[in-house]
Structures are given as C-alpha cells and as structure tokens.
Design a protein around this ligand. Structure first.
Ligand code: 5RP
Length: 223
C-alpha cells in the first residue's frame, strides 16, 4: 500500500459517530474519502460530509456518502485534507487545486483540522518547493498584482490545458507568487490585506494536528 493511503487510513482514528466531516481535495484526501465510506458502511455510522471542491464532491457522490451543502453548514466536527508543504510547527501551504476559500473555510471552522501527508511535503519554510497560491477578484486582478509586486513576483495560473486562466469554483482567478524573504506572519498579513485578495494558500497557525508518513512509519505532530 502506498504512503498516501496508509496515512489516509490513520486519519479514520479521529472519526466519531454522529458527526459532520469536511472532505479535502487531492490524491491523499481521495484515499481518505474512500476509506471513510468503507468505515461508515462497515460500522453503520451516522456521518454527514461536506466537500471542499468540485473534485471532492464528485468523490463523495461516487462513494455514496451523505453529502450536505457547504451553504447549510453551521458547525463542522472534523476536516481532513492533504497539503503541498508542511513545517514542523504546523504551518501549511495548500492550493494546487483551485478552491482556496472553501478549503480554508472548512479548515478554520472545524473543531479539529487534520493534515494527512507523506514525508515529501515536509519543508523548513513555507514557499520552499511551491509558489504561494492567491485567489483574487477577476475584475481587479491587475491592480492586486501591482500591489503584490512590491513584495515578490507572480502571474495568473493557467488551466490544465494551458489555454485559459484557471478559475476557482467561486469564480475568481488564482495567482502563483514567489515572495522576497520575510517572516511568514508578515507575509500572510501583507497578502490578506491586499485589496481584491480573497484568500491565500498559506494556512497560518490553524492546523491542529498533522499525520505524516515516511515509508510506512507514521509520525503525529500536534499543537
Ligand atoms: C489542493 C491541495 C492538496 O491537498 C494538495 O495539493 C495535496 O495533494 P495530494 O494529496 O494529491 O498530494 O492543497 O488544493
């Protein structure tokens, strides 16, 4: 079994009956969705799920989960998602999928937010392996870019075919930015206070727990 599946199965330890669970996006999160469905069926659990993206919505339906709309949600017990980068002090970078707002909304509103990842995602600092995704209003993206260009360099993300700009399910554009070196807290604040910015892929100090796997060996990082 591959590491991503091993760590997805480990996250089932945090699933409780009569709860609402947020489903993350990506290949690791897809393993979690598959095994959550098996657990619910085998143990006859009463669990509702909410999707963080169109992809996780499709996976939830394929696995016959009891899917509820994010617009009906008032509380969330647990959110489980993958990551692109994670530091030892549990700061996370996400957003290779496009749905930054929904992912952050579920992560920050959940009673417990768990990251599931393999060792390749561990970094000393956020931005080490990937640019920082930033979701922005379409109509004013040029002006948001002018402001963000004071701190780094970036451009609009293209769609998978490369023939148009990527659009989030909320209808916004996504920038990918590399920034000049500065403390993460300061960078996070500079991005989020830029007019037109809807959300960033920096998940700053909101992760409760990270389950990391390295060749089958599991490590649990907690706050
Ligand atoms: C999507 C994400 C994913 O969780 C992240 O890209 C990890 O993906 P994978 O589990 O496929 O490695 O942030 O926006």
């Amino acid at each position: 079994m591959e590491d991503k599946e091993i760590i997805a199965i480990k996250a089932l330890d945090y699933v409780t009956d009569n709860s609402v669970i947020g489903l993350g996006t990506g290949s690791t999160a897809n393993f979690f969705i598959k095994h959550l469905a098996k657990k619910i069926k085998n143990e006859q659990l009463n669990i509702k799920v909410v999707a963080s993206s169109t992809v996780s919505e499709i996976e939830a339906i394929r696995n016959k989960l009891n899917l509820i709309g994010i617009d009906t949600l008032e509380t969330l017990d647990l959110y489980v998602d993958g990551a692109d980068e994670i530091t030892n002090n549990l700061n996370v970078l996400k957003g290779r999928g496009y749905d930054l707002v929904k992912e952050k909304m579920l992560a920050q509103s959940a009673d417990k937010f768990i990251i599931i990842a393999d060792q390749s995602k561990r970094v000393a600092g956020i931005g080490e392996n990937y640019p920082i995704p930033i979701e922005v209003l379409k109509s004013t993206w040029r002006l948001s870019k002018k402001i963000l260009d004071k701190y780094g360099k970036g451009s609009l993300r293209k769609n998978a075919a490369g023939d148009a700009y990527a659009i989030s399910s909320a209808g916004n554009y996504i920038f990918d930015y590399s920034f000049d070196a500065m403390p993460l807290r300061e960078l996070h604040e500079k991005i989020l206070t830029t007019p037109g910015v809807i959300e960033t892929g920096i998940f700053y100090e909101i992760t409760d727990c990270a389950l990391i796997v390295d060749n089958g060996q599991i490590e649990v990082l907690s706050k």
